[in-house]
Design a protein around this ligand. Structure first.
Ligand code: XLF
Length: 324
């Protein structure tokens, strides 16, 4: 395989011109573009990401830290981010941390050694490490530091909407399946749900899941949700956990929504695949993905972006697990 020097020689231009063409960092005439493209094709040149990073200081690669790739919301989000990034000429290096601190730390080393141009972090288990990384960073859902922008759905408002909906549909004995307490987003959902219940002067019970979805949960029995039949409405912290609860309720013969109404959170693609289809709170995933990429690339390009929370609206998506 040849290198950038050979391509430049073949095209009869300088290395900087080839670099400008490859990285889209400055003017190259149409005539020269054709020559360079021909030279690249003929010499089977594959630009070396690392070398380009050193040469241009922008590897056009973004490290995407995903906390749980088995969760449909995050695989949907990863593919949206990949698409937006690609439209802007960037590649994604996907790192699945599994909410595990050691994995996250290792991936951070890998991303830095590959000189990624920027990092998207989500549900970090080692926030302090990011403070010393001199690469543009955007955080999804979790607050890392006051120097790093956070983008998230309005989880607190989403929790309130969930309670309002169950209440409006007649539920008075309500259970909340809460996410792990280390998840900032699901704690806000929980808080919104509880605050709204207080306003409506009803009490709610809650139990906690210890982790986000793992495939092994499909094989495990969750027979330990005591007295679940006494509830008439359940709000679950995300859609995939709601799917697990639905499986359990069906197994013990509970009719949804006739006996227990259910509402999830995310509006991931599984809502439509479930039977009955899952009522949920929408996280505007396209808007979240686009905003994350737009802001990160602006940061990479040295633009001055206000450091604040970028909060996206949540709303109810009514389906079959709650009454019409
Ligand atoms: O981190 C939260 C918990 O799970 C995230 O937004 C999700 O709802 C995705 O399913």
């Amino acid at each position: 395989m040849s290198n950038i020097r050979e391509v430049a020689k073949k095209a009869g231009v300088g290395i900087a011109t080839v670099s400008r063409y490859l990285n889209d960092t400055g003017y190259v005439s149409d005539e020269v573009k054709v020559k360079i493209k021909k030279a690249i094709d003929e010499s089977n040149y594959k630009p070396n990401a690392l070398a380009r990073a050193i040469f241009t200081k922008n590897s056009k690669t973004i490290g995407l830290m995903v906390p749980n790739i088995s969760n449909p919301f995050f695989n949907q989000m990863a593919s949206i981010i990949e698409e937006y990034a690609s439209n802007k000429g960037y590649h994604i290096l996907l790192c699945n941390t599994d909410d595990n601190e050691e994995k996250e730390r290792k991936y951070l080393d890998v991303l830095q050694s590959h000189r990624v141009a920027g990092i998207i972090v989500s549900r970090s288990q080692c926030k302090e490490v990011y403070k010393n990384i001199e690469i543009p960073i955007v955080s999804f859902e979790n607050h890392i530091s006051d120097q790093i922008i956070t983008i998230s759905s309005d989880n607190y408002q989403g929790g309130k909407i969930a309670l309002d909906h169950l209440y409006e549909k007649g539920c008075r004995k309500i259970l909340h399946i809460r996410g792990p307490q280390s998840f900032e987003a699901t704690e806000l959902r929980f808080k919104g749900f509880v605050d709204e219940a207080k306003e409506k002067k009803i009490e709610i019970d809650y139990i906690e899941f210890e982790s986000d979805f793992q495939v092994k949960m499909l094989r495990e029995n969750i027979d330990d949700i005591k007295n679940i039949r006494k509830y008439d409405g359940i709000f679950v912290f995300n859609d995939i956990a709601a799917a697990i609860i639905m499986k359990f309720l069906k197994k013990i013969g509970v009719k949804i929504p006739q006996e227990i109404q259910i509402i999830g959170f995310d509006n991931s693609f599984i809502c439509e695949l479930l039977h009955p289809s899952l009522t949920t709170i929408n996280q505007p995933i396209q808007e979240l993905g686009k905003t994350t990429i737009d802001i990160l690339i602006d940061l990479i390009n040295g633009e001055n972006i206000p450091i604040k929370d970028y909060l996206m609206e949540t709303k109810l998506i009514k389906r079959e697990t709650t009454f019409i």
